[in-house]
Design a protein around this ligand. Sequence first.
Ligand code: NAD
Length: 260
Amino acid sequence: MGTRKSAVVTGSTSGIGLGIARAFAQAGLNVTLNGLGDPAEIEKIRSGLAAETGVEVRYDGANLMRAEGGGELVNGAIAAFGTVDVLVNNAGIQHVSPVEDFPLDKWDQIIALNLSSAFWTTRAALGGMKARKWGRIINVASAHGLVASPFKSAYVAAKHGVVGFTKTVALEGARDGVRCNAICPGYVLTQLVENQIPDTMKARNMTREQVINDVLLAAQPTKEFVKVEDIAALAVFLTTDAANQFNGAAISLDGGWTVQ
Ligand code: NAD
């Protein structure tokens, strides 16, 4: 338990979460990684990040589809590092299907991980942040927290929910030095996006190239994927003094998708 602040990043064994965890470690915060994956691979990531940055990096495999998982994750980080000062709710999954065929269990899983897990972790972390008069909660929502696409009913519902939850937490923490904001990225070429290409090909009867150009990047005027590093830099900025008046915002990082 030193003087370093401590960050918890959910779903940080790959993709956007790992990029955000790396950026906070580089900024000098002790980091708790979380997510699924091959234990040996995760240990390589954990030890590599610690060696590269000189901060303490721990891993907690709490399953955030269970309500208890959020509390376990946050309380484990408090036990190890003394505090949770920065909480990034990033873990998420996707499923692509028309509403009539949308599997009931997929709906429940997406609502649990993409929406409820942010509540479960925040519920556990907010009291300590308020007591210390400083805390930053960053929710990785999506452009789909602001606008919809067909065949992503559960994801769009969950991400709109995250934007609403962000606003509520922003109000509850405002007088106690806690800030809560949502980042709303457009498409980032992570595993999550790779995985939905085959389903979208099926749902829309398209080739892979058509899905990338006519579906994924169709909405992004820049015709570029958003970079993990850009999201991570924004997350770090949101923890600086200069960002003190960002509270309850849903910040688009989507190349102009949602202004159309
Ligand atoms: P990813 O699949 O690379 O990462 C998802 C992370 O969540 C992984 O670490 C995974 O292990 C973890 N995870 C999965 N199930 C879990 C569980 N039950 N408990 C705990 N962790 C679990 O995907 P990504 O693209 O990096 O997505 C990260 C976040 O960014 C998600 O919330 C996603 O909705 C959001 N997002 C992604 C994009 C994009 O285009 N990739 C765009 C906007 C928003």
